[in-house]
Design a binder for this molecule. Structure first.
Ligand code: SF4
Ligand code: F3S
Ligand code: FES
Length: 238
């Protein structure tokens, strides 16, 4: 089908501000948006800058704003975002500085991620047999959602609270905190909850649900944030 790709372009070396460029393409309905972007880069304008790696929805590097919604370009089929003669708009993520074209600076996002200690903390001696710390399937289930996160930033950069104030740690960091707070092998829940109880923490979430809508891994992000808020109020991890 014949479509137009409307891409927000910005080159810091030559542009005062971002501007839109359009590209007329012929694509298969089942092509992915990433294929269409490659068509632009390889056959129309090699200066187009975008991130991608796995091309299979795993690495989380090609998150962008597609028709106003955060999506992984490698998971979007052209037939799902346009039709014959239609236009697809593609922009960089909101709320983070644009480096060039569709590439944003993710460092502020990863700084929030690091602030919640996204790793297992347990200094207690290993079990007597010297093997791993065992965990029941039920105990694992308690935090299983968060283990599916690919740190694509789609949730945090779709959150109005984050757009308003980027000191908010954001939903992705809270999902990562949840993953360890509710892990019965971990011993640093209190420290993480203290971070999330600060002004820039979980209370900045106003349950807008954009994060849940944007998540390509179908993680119930808003629900997990609610569970963290409940732990903050009750002081219990049930
Ligand atoms: Fe991406 Fe979902 Fe993880 Fe947010 S919770 S970073 S949207 S995978
Ligand atoms: Fe933002 Fe999601 Fe809360 S979009 S306000 S973190 S429910
Ligand atoms: Fe890896 Fe799309 S390129 S998730």
């Amino acid at each position: 089908m014949n479509v137009t790709l409307k891409i927000k372009r910005y080159n810091p070396e030559s542009d005062q501000a971002a501007h839109w460029e359009t590209y007329a393409l012929t694509v298969h309905p089942t092509d992915r948006l990433l294929d269409a972007l490659h068509q632009v880069k390889w056959f129309h304008d090699g200066t187009l800058a975008l991130r991608r790696s796995c091309a299979h929805g795993i690495c989380g590097s090609d998150t962008m704003r597609v028709n106003g919604h955060n999506r992984l370009a490698c998971k979007v089929l052209m037939q799902d975002v346009t039709q014959e003669g239609g236009t697809v708009t593609v922009e960089p993520l909101l709320g983070l500085p644009v480096i060039k074209d569709l590439i944003v600076d993710l460092e502020p996002f990863f700084a929030h991620y690091r602030s919640v200690m996204p790793y297992l903390v347990n200094d207690e001696p290993l079990p007597a047999d010297g093997r791993e710390r065992l965990q029941s399937p039920e105990a694992h289930e308690r935090f299983d959602h968060g283990t599916k996160c690919i740190l694509c930033a789609a949730c945090t950069t779709s959150c109005p609270s984050f757009w308003w104030n980027d000191s908010y740690v954001g939903p992705a960091a809270i999902v990562q905190a949840h993953r360890f707070i509710f892990d019965d092998r971990d011993r640093a829940a209190e420290q993480r909850l203290a971070v999330l109880n600060e002004e820039s923490g979980a209370w900045r979430c106003r349950t807008a649900f954009n994060c849940t809508e944007a998540c390509p891994r179908d993680i119930p992000v808003t629900q997990l944030i609610g569970e963290v808020k409940q732990a903050l109020v009750t002081g219990r991890l049930d």
